[in-house]
Design a protein around this ligand. Structure first.
Ligand SMILES: C[S@@+](CC[C@H](N)C(=O)[O-])C[C@H]1O[C@@H](n2cnc3c(N)ncnc32)[C@H](O)[C@@H]1O
Length: 231
């Protein structure tokens, strides 16, 4: 899985800091150390909240990630929540930058009784060969990546040309009052969770090299399911 040889496809996505953000997001970017620290504290809580996640987001995860086939790379897999929704016939590989989250993901794979591989890795420079996964999935993650366009560029690079990239992202609500509340609390939320919760995931994907194929937005306009193909 390691030794990335050809970085041409990801190099195309390198952009100056701040680019790729919407007017609402400002320039909030954590460092990888900030992210590791935050998720070290939150890993066990996030694993405990899986039942709530299943209730709120489970059906969207199932609908989208149930379409994953072949070798599947889950970028920023966190506590391994998506493993439950990826078909058993697929080969699951999860990567994340947080060792504590990966420890929870390992426990989740064992609980589910499914095989899989986990590795500590930065989504913005994946130690994965070009075109090596039939499906790349990621959820609730672009809001935390310091450089989300670099991470989308890497997903584009490691996905087979005929493969698919499935993203389940949250963003600024289309319900204006809720959206404004998110804007108002954006700094405080970022401080606590390293998460830009008023981002616009569709705008982000449209600025990346990925080719957007389908999208649908649910749950008060907060959750967006995206199917894209490598561009
Ligand atoms: C809100 S959690 C989502 C986890 C999981 N995908 C889910 O849907 O439950 C965000 C995850 O992104 C990971 N993350 C943030 N920046 C990352 C990076 N640059 N590379 C890899 N993982 C990263 C965090 O460690 C955390 O596990």
């Amino acid at each position: 899985m390691t030794d990335s040889t050809n970085r041409d496809r990801s190099a195309r996505t390198a952009r100056p800091a701040g680019e790729g953000q919407t007017e609402h997001e400002g320039s909030r970017r954590g460092s990888l150390d900030d992210i590791r620290e935050t998720y070290a504290e939150q890993a066990s809580t996030m694993a405990r909240l899986r039942r709530l996640d299943r209730l709120l987001v489970g059906r969207y995860r199932r609908r989208l990630f149930g379409r994953a086939t072949g070798r599947v790379l889950d970028v920023a897999c966190g506590t391994g929540t998506n493993a439950e929704y990826v078909p058993e016939t697929a080969e699951y590989v999860g990567v994340d930058v947080s060792p504590e989250m990966l420890r929870e993901a390992d426990a989740e794979l064992r609980r589910l009784g499914r095989g899989g591989t986990l590795a500590e890795m930065d989504a913005q420079s994946l130690a994965v060969r070009d075109d090596s996964f039939e499906t790349v999935i990621s959820s609730l993650s672009t809001c935390t990546f310091p450089d989300p366009l670099a991470a989308l560029g890497e997903m584009n690079r490691v996905c087979e040309p005929d493969g698919q990239v499935l993203l389940l992202e949250h963003g600024r609500s289309s319900v204006e009052l809720l959206g404004r509340l998110q804007d108002w609390r954006a700094d405080a939320h970022f401080e606590k969770h390293r998460c830009r919760w008023n981002q616009n995931p569709l705008a982000l994907v449209s600025q990346s090299d990925l080719a957007l194929r389908e999208s649908s937005t649910k749950l008060l306009g907060v959750i967006t399911a995206i199917r894209a193909e490598p561009g």
